[in-house]
Design a protein around this ligand. Structure first.
Ligand code: PEP
Length: 253
């Protein structure tokens, strides 16, 4: 069975003390993950080391970065490279979250560069894609997401692509309390898998975890995750409440 993942995206929230309490509370629930299940916490840069220590050697629990820069090193004040993340033992990094695309003008081409650097440093990208409301209303979501995938991923080798995690996140559902219906999530995530299959083959596509993101909550996670092509979630708001994120981890297939 392919990987099933509950990934928390803390965004720019929490003090160090609050972050420590939140992570400890989730870890104390002591959820035993099966071999194919993972819990990932995408934390702010200053907390990467502290949270990695808290997670320690617990199997299938990981800390992720929320971003990295699209250049390997140099005079880019304030930025963080993939190599720096590797040097502190980070194994996952979110790439192309819609907030970064919107507020920091990240392009599909830059995201391709980031993904290359992450693979070079043995870090698994969690690649976010998803359409705005206007595109969904015009029923253009499939073409929109296909273009994001083509422009950021289709230069990858099959070996690299096979190590990727994709998060489909409709922008109209992020932080809005408006969740995609189970059928909407399943339909487009099946489509995403078919786009990968067309280029890389059905076997490879069938092994890629595709997460759903957009107002996943403790009370809707199990229904969303039950769909064939929904392999867990990327979770913002609900990941800031320990008992809610615990329930979301427990909802993994
Ligand atoms: C996200 O941050 O990726 C997200 C999906 O946020 P929320 O769960 O709050 O909608």
């Amino acid at each position: 069975m392919r990987k099933q993942i509950a990934a928390a995206n803390w965004k720019m929230n929490l003090t160090a003390q609050q972050a420590e309490t939140l992570l400890n509370d989730v870890l104390q629930a002591n959820i035993q993950l099966s071999d194919n299940q993972e819990a990932i916490f995408a934390v702010p840069f200053p907390y990467l080391v502290m949270t990695s220590k808290l997670v320690g050697e617990r199997s299938n629990y990981f800390i992720a970065a929320q971003n990295c820069y699209h250049q390997p090193s140099g005079a880019f004040t304030g930025e963080v490279s993939a190599e720096m993340l590797k040097s502190i033992g980070i194994k996952y990094c979110v790439v192309g979250h819609s907030e970064r695309r919107e507020y920091f003008d990240e392009t599909n081409a830059q995201l391709a560069e980031k993904i290359n650097l992450l693979f070079k440093n043995d870090i698994t990208p969690i690649f976010c894609c998803g359409e705005p409301l206007s595109v969904r209303e015009a029923e253009g979501q499939n073409a929109y997401v296909e273009k994001q995938i083509q422009e950021s991923l289709f230069h990858l080798s099959a070996d690299e692509l096979g190590r990727l995690v994709i998060a489909y996140e409709p922008i109209w559902a992020i932080g809005t309390g408006k969740t995609a219906s189970t059928a909407q999530a399943q339909d487009i995530q099946q489509f995403v898998r078919s786009v990968i299959a067309k280029k890389y083959g059905a076997d490879l596509a069938s092994n890629i975890p595709i997460l759903y993101g957009g107002s996943v909550k403790a009370n809707n996670a199990a229904e969303l995750f039950a769909s064939e092509d929904v392999d867990g979630g990327l979770v913002g708001g609900a990941s800031l409440v320990a008992k809610d994120f615990v329930e979301i981890i427990k909802a993994l297939k």
